[in-house]
Design a protein around this ligand. Structure first.
Ligand SMILES: Nc1nc2c(c(=O)[nH]1)N[C@H]1C(S)=C(S)[C@@H](COP(=O)(O)OP(=O)(O)OC[C@H]3O[C@@H](n4cnc5c(=O)[nH]c(N)nc54)[C@H](O)[C@@H]3O)O[C@H]1N2
Ligand SMILES: Nc1nc2c(c(=O)[nH]1)N[C@H]1C(S)=C(S)[C@@H](COP(=O)(O)OP(=O)(O)OC[C@H]3O[C@@H](n4cnc5c(=O)[nH]c(N)nc54)[C@H](O)[C@@H]3O)O[C@H]1N2
Ligand code: SF4
Ligand SMILES: [Mo]
Length: 698
């Protein structure tokens, strides 16, 4: 006779290895303790070198999220007018049958009228775009351009270095100088910060380049509070100093780069004093930074740049990343362990996206070449009536792993689009988010503790496996199961729709990694060199670091990185003289965790940081309620005169849920749908506003 495994489990706790699913470069390894079928403890895996047993505050609270009283546990169907928040529970069969019938009817006219909308609510390759991609390919639905976060920087890296690759994160422990550029590492890249701290203990100089005086900036030796969108000018001034003062590594440039003479010519036009005007900082600060780098370069010591996405959210963001990506070549920094640059490591993975996503299924669909819709202009897209250029009006929206009502720019337009009575919206969610409130059907999704997945990272080069630790709560189902069920109802009988989640995990890398090791240990390190470009060998077509890009030249574009003004240059419009940036809050992850009470309490209230001079000029004191506004919209926030905002720049921290904000709106009321130079990405931090004091919201 066998013992009842559940009876045994109720006494003996067991541990399950998982992976943090969130959109964060650190991709931590998790250890969940389960007792009696319930997860009772969740910690960072001490055996995984990158995690080193440490989780950030938010994910240390992941169990509060999993067992949150607001978890969606049954399918819901809207019964009141759109946006009324009135839903009734229905069975899975009823929900899936009706959704399938609606999609079938729309697809019979034109499947492109159906649009998936998803991003990185989970970074998992399986619960992300695996079964979902298969489903939408087979249907012939519109494709979604997933640009909302990183596509400008990605395009820039691909142009200059050839791929989303860079120095290994652990090498920063050996850097002599670290430029933390457009990154609030303590909030959004904690496990890199560990290496930066170690370098600091060994005597390294840390420099932060960020308009905001973040906790990270406070702990660096130098802080350049540049204006948003001015990074390309700063990068050129640093190149100016290297070329003009004779410490550029001409040997490296000659052997391993393309176009360095042209780059030098342009750099010599960017003296520190010229750049200082664009950046809004004293020239002496730029010169001091150049001297810090020069001393290290002349001594043959490594200079590392931890570039992050903060700098690419303005009109010229792609070119800014290109300009910064030239620096390690000009300095010869790639030669040394601890030298070079890291923006993203995700290009290092031999992931088999075609095996997971099956784009070949398009050929079997009713629309083998569907149009693409940019997720960053979803407001415009939803309001578009449809025409020959745009294609059909969007009639159905299937949202998973994303909360566009809160996170997409120009929130007023997004609201109007999502509130269309004739739009059929299905939202797969764990919680009743702002987006779920506007759905026709809400389908309850599992959390990371309840499903299988496999993860790559954009901050290191390990693969992690996530095993389910507990049974799905209530009637929640993994995204994969929901798309499998829809595929079945639409009569998609290709065998790939029957693949289970563990099979999908195996397919992600095929034989490019040893899956048995992954199953046993939870993570596998892919080989990645300490000094990937010490001898050149860039993954560009030329094999060189393409400072001037032949590919851009062939398109008739400027081959060199450009210094582009913002769409809404700081201070240019007297009606809206302040530049608003809205970077992540430390205790939220985008709009995730805003509903976790302990984390929301840690953040306090939706706030606007403002410099003392800008506050005084408007009669605003710390703690006053203010309205931030421009032509697109307005929102009410609590003023914080706390020394973090520089003059001319205000900071609306974090993407609060609209419905958990004092006036039911958030900072994305202000942001625009204008796009970046490269990568067609949003320009969240390129946003001119005015601020005035108001009475407290009712
Ligand atoms: N705690 C926490 N961690 C997160 C997230 C979160 O919401 N909360 N979000 C995750 C996601 S999806 C991403 S993409 C990353 C984002 O994290 P990062 O890649 O670090 O990017 P941001 O946080 O957008 O911006 C980083 C810093 O850049 C500054 N910045 C703004 N504009 C400019 C500029 O023009 N130039 C320069 N030099 N700096 C500028 C901001 O003030 C901010 O402090 O973090 C991830 N990690
Ligand atoms: N103003 C401003 N706006 C921004 C930014 C900014 O800096 N400023 N940052 C932008 C950036 S960098 C990004 S990446 C985007 C992020 O935008 P989103 O990708 O929309 O990220 P989240 O807000 O975290 O929402 C993810 C949702 O997915 C859900 N989810 C998680 N796991 C699963 C799952 O397994 N199944 C299902 N069905 N759902 C799941 C979560 O509950 C959550 O509601 O926001 C962007 N918006
Ligand atoms: S959000 Fe980032 S730092 Fe926090 S646990 Fe997840 S991967 Fe680690
Ligand atoms: Mo992001």
């Amino acid at each position: 006779m066998h013992a009842d495994p559940h009876a045994a489990e109720s006494v003996a706790p067991r541990t399950v290895l998982g992976a943090c699913p969130h959109d964060c470069p650190d991709t931590c390894s998790l250890v969940t303790t389960v007792q009696g079928g319930r997860a009772v403890r969740l910690v960072g895996n001490p055996d995984h070198p990158h995690t080193a047993g440490v989780l950030c505050t938010k994910v240390s609270r992941y169990l509060e999220r999993v067992y949150h009283p607001g978890r969606l546990l049954e399918p819901l169907k809207r019964i009141g007018p759109k946006g009324s928040g009135r839903f009734a529970p229905v069975s899975w069969d009823e929900a899936l049958d009706e959704i399938a019938a609606r999609l079938r009817a729309i697809a019979a006219r034109d499947p492109q009228a159906i649009l998936p909308y998803s991003y990185a609510g989970t970074m998992g390759l399986v619960q992300g775009e695996a079964m979902a991609a298969r489903f939408f390919h087979r249907l012939g639905a519109s494709r979604l351009e997933r640009t909302i976060c990183a596509s400008a920087g990605a395009a820039a890296l691909e142009t200059t270095l050839g791929a989303k690759v860079g120095m290994p994160v652990q090498a920063f422990a050996h850097s002599r100088v670290i430029l933390i550029w457009g990154s609030h590492s303590i909030a959004s890249n904690l496990h890199f910060w560990r290496h930066a701290q170690e370098a600091k203990r060994r005597g390294a100089q840390l420099v932060c380049i960020d308009p905001r005086r973040t906790e990270t900036a406070e702990k660096c030796h130098q802080h350049l509070a540049v204006l948003p969108g001015s990074d390309a000018a700063l990068a050129y001034a640093l190149m100016h100093e290297a070329f003009a003062r004779g410490w550029a590594d001409l040997d490296y440039l000659q052997r391993h780069t393309l176009g360095w003479e042209a780059l030098r010519e342009r750099a010599l036009q960017w003296s520190p004093s010229r750049a200082a005007e664009v950046c809004g900082v004293p020239a002496a600060q730029i010169e001091a930074l150049a001297r810090t780098v020069e001393a290290a370069v002349r001594a043959g010591e490594p200079v590392g740049i931890r570039l992050n996405y903060g700098m690419q959210r303005t009109r010229g963001g792609g070119n800014a990343v290109r300009a910064v990506a030239c620096l390690p070549a000009v300095w010869g920094a790639w030669r040394h362990r601890g030298g070079g640059l890291l923006l993203s490591s995700s290009g290092a993975y031999p992931v088999r996206r075609d095996a997971l996503h099956r784009p070949d299924l398009l050929a079997r669909s009713a629309c083998p070449q569907p149009r693409s819709v940019n997720m960053s202009t979803i407001g415009q897209a939803l309001l578009h009536p449809g025409d020959a250029a745009f294609g059909p009006r969007i009639e159905a929206l299937i949202v998973y792993n994303s909360n566009p009502a809160a996170v997409a720019p120009d929130g007023g337009q997004v609201q109007r689009g999502l509130r269309r009575e004739d739009l059929f919206t299905v939202v797969l969610e764990q919680f009743a988010t702002d987006t779920a409130d506007l759905a026709d059907f809400v389908l309850p999704a599992t959390t990371q503790l309840e499903h299988w997945d496999i993860h790559l990272s954009y901050g290191h080069t390990d693969v992690l496996l996530n095993r389910p630790a507990i049974e799905p709560l209530g009637q929640a189902r993994p995204n994969t199961a929901i798309f499998r069920a829809l595929a079945q109802r639409l009569g998609f009988d290709e065998p790939c729709f029957a693949d289970d989640d563990l099979t999908l995990c195996r397919q992600a890398f095929g034989d490019a990694l040893d899956f048995e090791v992954l199953l046993a240990r939870g993570w596998v390190s892919l080989p990645w060199p300490e000094t990937p470009f010490a001898d050149g060998g860039f993954p560009t077509p030329s094999g060189k670091c393409e400072l001037a890009s032949p590919r851009l030249a062939a398109l008739g574009l400027d081959p060199l990185p450009q210094v582009l003004p913002n769409h809404e240059p700081p201070g240019a419009d007297p009606r809206y003289p302040l530049a608003l940036i809205s970077p992540p809050a430390r205790h939220f992850l985008n709009s995730t965790f805003v509903n976790v009470v302990s984390l929301r309490d840690a953040e306090g209230e939706p706030a606007l940081e403002i410099h003392a001079d800008d506050a005084a000029a408007r009669g605003i004191a710390d703690g006053d309620w203010v309205e931030v506004f421009n032509d697109r919209g307005a929102c009410r926030l609590r003023a914080r005169v706390n020394g973090r905002a520089r003059p001319g720049v205000v900071v609306g921290l974090g993407i609060w849920w609209r419905k958990l904000s004092p006036d039911g709106r958030n900072v994305n009321e202000l942001t625009s749908q204008a796009l970046t130079d490269l990568g067609a990405a949003p320009t969240f931090y390129d946003c001119a506003v005015q601020v005035r004091r108001v009475a407290a919201p009712a």
